[in-house]
Design a protein around this ligand. Structure first.
Ligand code: TRP
Length: 495
């Protein structure tokens, strides 16, 4: 068997994993979550979730990757038996589905780098984004044709991904992240400085962090914190497992998990200063109450931020270019990890070479992503994202945690990680992973299913939601078929 690829250095691995974690979600998802869940008080459940679930599951994913030196299906198969492989195969499809729309969002960000030069959104960034750019139709069943600029931008993003991933773990992913990560930190620092030095910027920060402890009595806030931690650390998608599998034998697990997780959350926290400093200024200039200038989700990045840019006293285009460039590279370092998950699985499972595996994955991702480049694409993006980033992540997280802590054995697993790690995973790890995280994920899943069954989601017609859900189920079936055709027999592999 050919030697497994390895990271060139410890720092290279940390940067790559941190690159996977830091993404689109860190720039606006965190800021908005914090603001709407009690401001500074939200940091309490957030750090609680980070310590009790985020870091323990990061240790779990890096640990089984590095222990088995296999991508998700075979790593899980090795620790919990052949049946557990299917969970990993499902991540191959789920990561591909996630990437197919994640890269479309990235392609908007990429387009907006150029739009910043001329402030192309004019006086009404909302109408410009939804109308001129997306060409949003009246509903999910009216697709309204492909948007050419988005299509081309999407193609460029897919090709960049293909280029990086096809060059391998060390020569492609690690090298790219060594450039992207330092740049990301520098740009976010520049934007923070700009944000807080704007007139009334500090008032925005005040809103961002003003603690409202009464919100902590609401269980939704705690569940949001756990959901956000899973999403932001890229857990439950196989990506961290496959990255762990390229570690040199005997490489540290626990200390690295702390560094990656804390680095990611620190980045989010910082980005919040840039976003809210700027919004504080906007609220002042528009003379509007702060609540009115804060919007959720993509509205914050593609509508609110452009509006803010137009209102800046100086350096408008520059700030716009920096902001969208930051989104683009933060997103790229995440999307390559999603691609690598599926590529790594195809290489392990079918013995494909890297070039072939990457070309197949890039091609399929592009094809299934085409739907999101249409006028009705945003609706489908939103629905599919809901199912993937809530249900799939939590489900995979739950099953893999059961596989490692209950089937394989929490103590046996701790023995392995402690034999290689500088910091030890004490019995706290077992308490958090084996009991607490499992309980939380079960509750999260049940509540999500309950709310879907009773309220639907986002006001979409049941038929559309049914199709999106059917699409996810179809993905599971494809995963099963791929799994049944695999060529790697782990019972015969020498470890
Ligand atoms: N962590 C990424 C972000 O914050 C998004 C993400 C969620 C992700 N799950 C993932 C990225 C799995 C890579 C792999 O934007």
């Amino acid at each position: 068997m050919a030697e497994r690829e390895e990271w060139g250095s410890r720092v290279g691995f940390i940067l790559a994993a941190m690159g996977s974690a830091i993404g689109l979600g860190n720039i606006w998802r965190f800021s908005y979550m914090t603001y709407s869940n009690g401001g500074g008080a939200f940091l309490v459940p957030y750090f609680f979730a980070l310590l009790t679930a985020g870091i323990p599951i990061m240790i779990l994913e890096i640990g089984i990757g590095s222990m088995t030196r296999f991508s998700a299906p075979f790593a899980l198969g090795k620790v919990a038996g052949k049946k557990a492989e299917w969970i990993g195969w499902w991540t191959a499809i789920a990561a591909l589905i996630l990437n197919s729309y994640y890269m479309v969002i990235l392609s908007w960000a990429f387009l907006y780098i150029f739009k910043s030069v001329t402030l192309a959104w004019g006086k009404d960034p909302g109408a410009y984004f939804f109308g001129n750019v997306l060409g949003l139709t009246d509903g999910p069943f009216i697709l309204g044709g492909i948007r050419l600029p988005i299509l081309l931008s999407f193609l460029v993003i897919v090709l960049i991904n293909w280029f990086i991933v096809s060059r391998g773990v060390k020569g492609g992913i690690e090298r790219a992240c060594k450039i992207f990560l330092p740049l990301m930190w520098i740009i976010v620092l520049l934007l923070v400085i700009r944000g807080i030095t704007l007139p009334h910027g500090l008032e925005g920060i005040n809103w961002y962090l003003k603690p409202d402890f009464s919100k902590l009595a609401n269980h939704k806030v705690w569940l949001d914190a756990y959901g956000q931690i899973f999403f932001t650390l890229s857990l439950g998608m196989g990506t961290i497992i496959v990255y762990g599998s390229y570690l040199r034998k005997g490489a540290d697990v626990v200390n690295n998990s702390f560094l990656i997780s804390l680095g990611n959350c620190g980045f989010s926290f910082l980005a919040g200063f840039a976003v809210f400093g700027t919004l504080g200024y906007v609220a002042h200039v528009l003379n509007k109450p702060f609540e009115e200038v804060v919007t959720a989700g993509i509205g914050l990045a593609f509508v609110m931020y452009p509006k803010a840019i137009s209102l800046l006293p100086a350096g408008k285009a520059l700030i716009g270019i920096l902001f969208f460039f930051l989104l683009t590279i933060a997103g790229l370092s995440s999307s390559i990890s999603l691609m690598e998950n599926t590529v790594g699985i195809l290489m392990d499972g079918y013995k494909l070479n890297r070039m072939k595996a990457t070309s197949i994955v890039a091609g399929v991702t592009f094809l299934i992503g085409l739907i999101y480049t249409t006028g009705g694409g945003l609706y489908w993006l939103d629905m599919v994202d809901h199912f993937i980033s809530y249900y799939a992540l939590a489900l995979v997280g739950l099953l893999e945690t059961i596989a490692v802590t209950w089937v394989f054995g929490a103590d046996k697993f701790r023995e392995f990680v402690n034999s290689v790690s500088e910091i030890k995973a004490g019995s706290w790890w077992t308490v958090f992973a084996k009991y607490l995280t499992i309980a939380i994920l079960v509750i999260l899943l049940l509540l999500d299913i309950y709310s879907l069954a009773t309220e639907g989601y986002g006001g979409y017609p049941g038929k559309a939601l049914g199709i999106a859900f059917g699409y996810i189920l179809l993905g599971m079936i494809v995963a099963y078929i791929l799994h049944s055709k695999e060529k790697l027999d782990i019972t015969k592999e020498v470890s």
